[in-house]
Design a protein around this ligand. Structure first.
Ligand code: NDP
Ligand code: 8X3
Length: 250
């Protein structure tokens, strides 16, 4: 069994790769940070009896995505599970003050990157006659919150694409699942606040957020249902978070 996880150098993607490896999958890990990919690959190979392929590219660049997918050796092409995870929020502010470069980074990564990956890998799955695409959305793709405008829009797009892919993949027997987490403590907020670790820590102050491992568990659970069962959509939050805007803090 083979799982390809985009954005496996940190957070949810990394925890997901580890869990699939633990369960005997051979893993294809991707990300821009080459050193992290290499270190993680060595860790996975040393700890689990599996094989690892690293693909170092930026999901925003179609030519890099195509070159990376074309470089996958034949015996790695029987991909059972694709986790479309690579993504980010950059900045948080009202639309009238929006920083265009931040918007473009989010749109290019969360929507266009996910599309590039899917466009290159879905035909392979169709050719193989099996596969499961897991799209990582967000609670921000189900609701909107103050100052979240463009990030929320990108995750609403992921939600729409998840539903659309399920229709398009239906005749091919390929499963499609959307996983929509609330607050998960990863590098996400550090990226959103452009390296301001103190501000990022405050996001989770006084509450117990989800961990990357919680989401990995959910992804693995969805991917390990019997052949006739497709998990369409999962919203998962910390117990102290009711929705995108209501949380309880100590
Ligand atoms: P992290 O910042 O910890 O990890 C993000 C991963 O995405 C990294 O591996 C990063 O790798 C990769 N990535 C980002 N941009 C690119 C790019 N242009 N090309 C290739 N890879 C890229 O965040 P999370 O693990 O929290 O986020 C994972 C997903 O979960 C995202 O889609 C996010 O929107 C979603 N999510 C997160 C939530 C949270 O609260 N943390 C809640 C809901 C959804 P590298 O930098 O090496 O390229
Ligand atoms: C990440 C969760 O609430 O910051 O998608 O948008 S949130």
């Amino acid at each position: 069994m083979i799982a390809l996880i985009t954005g496996a150098t940190a957070g949810i993607g990394k925890a997901t790769a580890e869990l699939f490896a633990k369960n005997g999958y051979n893993i294809i890990i991707t990300g821009r940070r080459k050193e992290r990919l290499e270190e993680f690959s060595s860790h996975l190979k040393a700890n689990y009896k599996i094989d690892v392929l690293t693909l170092n590219f930026d999901v925003r660049k179609l030519s890099e995505v195509e070159a990376a997918v074309n470089s996958i050796p034949t015996d790695w092409k029987k991909i059972n599970v694709l986790v479309n995870n690579a993504g980010l929020a950059v900045g948080l502010g009202p639309i009238q003050d929006g920083i265009i470069d931040d918007w473009e980074r989010m749109i290019d990564t969360n929507i266009k990157g996910l599309l590039y990956i899917t466009r290159t890998l879905a035909p392979l799955m169709i050719q193989n006659g099996f596969g499961h695409i897991v799209n990582i959305g967000s609670i921000a793709g189900k609701e909107v919150y103050a100052n979240g405008n463009v990030y929320c829009a990108t995750k609403h797009a992921v939600d729409a694409l998840n539903k659309a892919m399920r229709i398009d993949m239906l005749p091919h027997g390929i499963k499609v699942t959307g996983i929509h987490p609330g607050m998960v403590e990863t590098e996400f907020s550090i990226v959103r606040y452009k390296g301001d670790e103190e501000r990022a820590k405050n996001v989770y102050k006084g509450l117990q957020p989800l961990t990357a491992e919680d989401i990995a568990d959910t992804i693995y659970w969805a991917a390990s249902r019997p052949a006739h069962v497709n998990i369409s959509d999962v919203i998962i939050t910390p117990t102290v978070q009711a929705n995108a805007t209501n949380t309880i803090r100590k």
